[in-house]
Design a protein around this ligand. Sequence first.
Ligand code: HCI
Length: 348
Amino acid sequence: MALPEWDGELTSVRYDRGTGAWFVIGVHSTRLGPASGGTRAMVYPSPGDAVADARRLAGAMTLKMAVAGLPMGGGKSVIALPAPRAELGEATWRRILEIHAANLELLGGNYTTGPDVGTCSADMDVLAGLTPHVFGRSVAAGGPGSSGPMTALGVFAAIRAGVAEAGFDGVDGLRVLVQGLGAVGADVARLAADAGAKLIVTDVDPARCAAVADELGAEVVGTGAVTTRECDVLVPCATGGLITAEVAETLPIAVVAGAANNLLADPYAAEVLRRRGIVHAPDFVANAGGAIHLVGREVLGWSADAVADRTRAIGDTLTGVFADARTHGTTTVTAAQDLAARTLTGEH
Ligand code: HCI
């Protein structure tokens, strides 16, 4: 079998006949410390797509940890489910978590997981009963609880930095479109509404969308309008891959800053955004609040206040990234990758 190229350290792939689930763990880098990153559980078109996703996401975690100044490497787990989680029985889900925990044990602490798309604090509580290599247990189980609020706080700091870079005087009065109203997106929408934004929202779940729109007095648009609706700030908080180079050519926006990992479907999209003068906050910088929360609370012993301060500092990091990109005529992704590379190679 031809192995696709990857610059990461380890990929573990396991299939379980009983549940029909595939389990992938990608350890991209342990250069700065043990690898860490969440567990994503969803349906994939094929096991190969699950492996590719785990590897890409693990690579983004390496950059995220380095830019955020956390002493951790990058990794990610993907569980490719045989059916959407809501359709799996309790016993099947429990068995899936047991197998995942056994895989984590095999890695012996070289990788610690946490929540991600399709998993939550309650799942981390179950895993933590089976292996110590877990972050993000619920507060009731002695953990730091959901990383959603800190991810949202960091994304909002990124929005503020992006808006300033685009020459606006604050978020007040700007049209802000939030795509995806899960824990993170809904919280970002609240922060933007509090700051006086004219909010536009969309979600694949119409009921969830209506609830947030009612709460915040937001306009609702269909999910298909995300890349065509004119607005000042686009805030992608759903799964990644939204912006292809083609989409980047016509996006009618001034700033893009969100929580979705792997927002760009194609690395060249960053160059299109740069050429068109759209301010782009790289995902692995903007969405680091969750990692800062988990690693800050569980590895570094930081208080909730210290975590919030470090998360707000994402705005300053981005201001520096925007300035570097402008000075050197590069994309903001290249500028942020260079910043990560300086940490990873020990240059300061
Ligand atoms: C992420 O930022 O995508 C996940 C955050 C995270 C960090 C460390 C362990 C698990 C999850």
